[in-house]
Ligand binder design. Sequence first.
Ligand code: PEP
Length: 247
Amino acid sequence: MRRKLVAGNWKLNGSLAANKGLLQAVRDGVKGQADVAVCVPYPYLAQARAALEGSSVTWGAQDVSEHAQGAWTGEVSGSMLADFACRYVLVGHSERRSFFGDTDTVVAAKFAAAQVAGLTPVLCVGETLAEREAGITGEVVTRQIEAVLANSGVDAFASAVVAYEPVWAIGTGRTASPEQAQEVHALIRARFERDSQQVASGLRLLYGGSVKANNAAELFGQPDIDGGLIGGASLVAEDFLAICAAA
Ligand code: PEP
């Protein structure tokens, strides 16, 4: 039985003042059997650590450099994130892929860099609306996963998470139906089963894309959906906690 995971993605939001109440409310409000994490902007990692250390809630970042150190102005390495006791790091979020040029190859390198630093990468994959309408959702998601498998191998996924996030559902209020999401999750798990039954059965597959308190339970009730990656709703404690409770 896979333990559910709910991870918040704060994106480019927050302030020291606003985060204080949110982190405290999440710390105090999380109960139950699911793992919960928040992926905060880099400058707030120390604040998240101070607020959450000693609780069941873990924290992480939204991106990581593929490089370990050196002349890469603006980058943040995996070991720097490990210095702040991060557990998770997102790699290949669709906003990184589409606005910052993260190719499949770069995402694969970031995935590996995260693992070298002892972090758990959350590999984000998903198709655009045009790709879904063209009937190539499976191809796109498989291609994104193959790049990482080719670089890191299937066993690397024993300590990783995959998040299926249809681009058309992120921040749009348009959620994939539980059936649509389950179909892609099953396809992803089947891909891993080809290489390792054991890795496939233990791999946590999150769904992300306009998950809200009122649709979380149905999504999380699907056999291959092991939790969620939550954007907008992770910024409102009451909403995020309701989603965690649904998991
Ligand atoms: C995300 O940022 O990964 C996300 C799923 O956002 P939202 O929940 O707002 O759609």
